[in-house]
Design a protein around this ligand. Structure first.
Ligand code: DX5
Ligand code: ZN
Length: 228
């Protein structure tokens, strides 16, 4: 699977999301990663369905919504109505992840499942027929700009479990030109990056966004070609 770069708007200007989304997509983003945080499942609060609905008309690629919330199920209809293309829920967010993923698909969205660094790969073994994405967190969720946590063994184990199913492995947290090759070599194909994409740029000076996205993609793709 070719490498996709999904900038996280957690690192964007919170006063200018519409223009920031358009700027990173013009700069080469494949998806837009939207980090929803409830200050309960994670110690931070970002935005909810009304904001996601406001982002929707600005997203021309794919609105990849990462729910760092608990519980998940009561909010699923609101994110479907807001126009999320994919909803990714954390295994750790409640006791019935299998039902949650069914409910996301029943609401007409693609379903993804996310694992915190402390959760073993085996947690997704019985979920692979319900998702088209497994998100392996490479930080403890809640903030951008944190240090990368090595998850390459877990990524490789999940890639082996997936076998030839068309399922993405997404990594999220501390992804830079230095860490991108490691996760790509292990089997990740969708790289979420916040600070590494938005650093040094702005809506008024988006060239940095383009250069940052291209550099991360190049670093990861070089490893993939090495794998061939
Ligand atoms: C963290 C979020 C990540 C974060 C990544 O809880 O899920 O998407 O925004 O930010 P960086 O790339 O700066 O680590
Ligand atoms: Zn995220």
């Amino acid at each position: 699977m070719s490498i996709k770069i999904a900038p996280s708007i957690l690192s964007a200007d919170f006063a200018d999301f519409g223009r920031e989304i358009r700027a990173v997509e013009d700069a080469g983003a494949d998806w837009v990663h939207v980090d929803v945080m409830d200050n309960h499942f994670v110690p931070n609060l970002t935005f909810g369905p009304p904001a996601v609905k406001a982002f929707r008309p600005h997203v021309k690629t794919l609105m990849d919504v990462h729910l760092m919330i608990a519980p998940v199920d009561p909010s699923i209809p609101a994110y479907a109505e807001a126009g999320a293309d994919r909803l990714t829920a954390h295994v750790e967010a409640g006791p019935h992840i299998h039902r949650t993923l069914q409910a996301i698909r029943d609401a007409g969205m693609r379903a993804g499942v996310a694992l915190n660094p402390g959760t073993p790969a085996e947690a997704v073994e019985n979920l692979l027929d319900l998702v088209d994405l497994v998100l392996v967190m490479t930080v403890n969720p809640g903030f951008g700009g944190q240090s990368f946590i090595h998850m390459t063994t877990k990524i490789a184990r999940i890639r082996a479990m997936i076998a030839d199913r068309p399922i993405h492995i997404q990594v999220d947290g501390g992804i830079t030109t230095e860490t991108a090759p490691r996760v790509a070599r292990a089997g990740a194909d969708v790289l979420v990056a916040g600070s590494a994409v938005f650093k040094g740029g702005s809506v008024a000076a988006p060239q940095a966004y383009h250069d940052n996205i291209a550099a991360i993609r190049r670093a990861a793709a070089a490893t993939q070609s090495g794998m061939a």
